[in-house]
Design a protein around this ligand. Structure first.
Ligand code: GLC
Length: 332
């Protein structure tokens, strides 16, 4: 009896410690890649990417540790309360998550392109939380290697001030059913690292992970990117060769992001970085290699933007990696 009591006590204590101990997000998630332009398109396939089983196999074989899966939940949930998510779409996302986790790839599942909330955060608040309530319940017993990211790149009217309040509400909601799951959350202003000083991350929860996106110099990474505007044509031909000054700019940003994370006692995750295919390949490779290496040196998990579309490290026509980019990312 005494022994039994003692072992129950030990079990209780170790469970409590496990729940409170910060898990090694950087080590588990390591190098990753975004499955962009698929499930965050208005409908899968509309932006040229339909997820296939062999994509997950190729990502695993190349040595990546995780995928980030951007999802446009807002296009697949009812407009009226309780904002029911289309079960077929949810099943499709579950399929993608299973493709990854069955192969030992960790997953960051986000909410992407909720355009309506950037225009009118007050009107969309209930729906945003309603969708997250459903997702939190649905994924509450998923493997610990599934991380949830409440919202990609808050911007426009979803200012830092509003996002600080709304992200805290989303985290509180998710925590009710997922007490220790990794939650990834970043600042307003498109998750730009420069916005970190304005970002309030809930204190005392070591399984909350901060995130930022890095696309600087923007005129280099987004040259010819029609979706950022006509002026992007004027940036065509910009190169990046890794001069001392160019490297110093990157290091300054990453030092600032790391220092912020340290100060707040959380891990930092680079959820997106990439240079669009209109830039020359030598510059893209040099830039990508340097960023990936800066992350590695800091023990920071990162995800390249993106797998097989305009920034693609993988060519979906030949079903082959673009080797120089893959190598720059540390893949094989
Ligand atoms: C952001 C946008 C995505 C875009 C990427 C690069 O994630 O949401 O649509 O492709 O940045 O510009």
């Amino acid at each position: 009896m005494k022994n039994l009591l003692a072992s129950i006590l030990v079990a209780a204590v170790s469970t409590a410690t496990a729940a409170e101990a910060p898990q090694d997000f950087g080590g588990i998630f390591g190098r990753g890649i975004n499955l962009g332009n698929a499930l965050e398109a208005p409908a899968e396939g509309e932006w040229g990417v339909t997820l296939r089983e062999e994509y997950f196999a190729a990502i695993k074989d190349a040595g990546f540790q995780h995928v980030r899966i951007p999802v446009r939940w807002s296009a697949h949930a009812a407009l009226e309360s309780p904002y029911t998510i289309d079960p077929k779409f949810l099943a499709r996302v579950d399929w993608a998550i299973a493709q990854a986790t069955d192969r030992g790839l960790a997953v960051v599942l986000n909410m992407h392109h909720y355009d309506e909330i950037f225009e009118d955060p007050d009107a969309e608040r209930d729906r945003f939380l309603g969708i997250w309530g459903q997702l939190a319940t649905h994924y509450h017993d998923a493997p610990a290697t599934l991380a949830l990211e409440p919202l990609n790149e808050p911007h426009k009217k979803l200012t830092n001030e509003r996002w600080n309040e709304l992200s805290a509400a989303a985290i509180t909601l998710i925590r009710k059913s997922n007490p220790t799951r990794f939650i990834v959350v970043g600042p307003g202003g498109y998750n730009n690292f420069q916005q970190l000083p304005h970002f309030k991350i809930p204190a005392g929860d070591s399984n909350i992970v901060a995130t930022f996106h890095y696309y600087d110099p923007f005129h280099f990474t987004h040259q010819g990117a029609a979706w950022v505007g006509e002026q992007s044509k004027e940036w065509l031909g910009k190169t990046w060769s890794g001069t001392d000054a160019e490297k110093a700019d990157v290091r300054k940003a990453f030092d600032a992001a790391s220092a912020w994370a340290k100060e707040h006692g959380v891990a930092m995750y680079l959820g997106e970085f990439g240079a669009y295919g209109k830039a020359d390949i030598e510059s893209r490779v040099a830039w990508t290699r340097f960023i990936a290496e800066e992350c590695r040196q800091r023990g920071m998990a990162s995800a390249y933007w993106e797998f097989c579309s305009g920034f693609g490290a993988y060519d979906p026509k030949t079903n082959e990696w673009r080797k120089p980019l893959l190598e720059a990312l540390g893949g094989r």
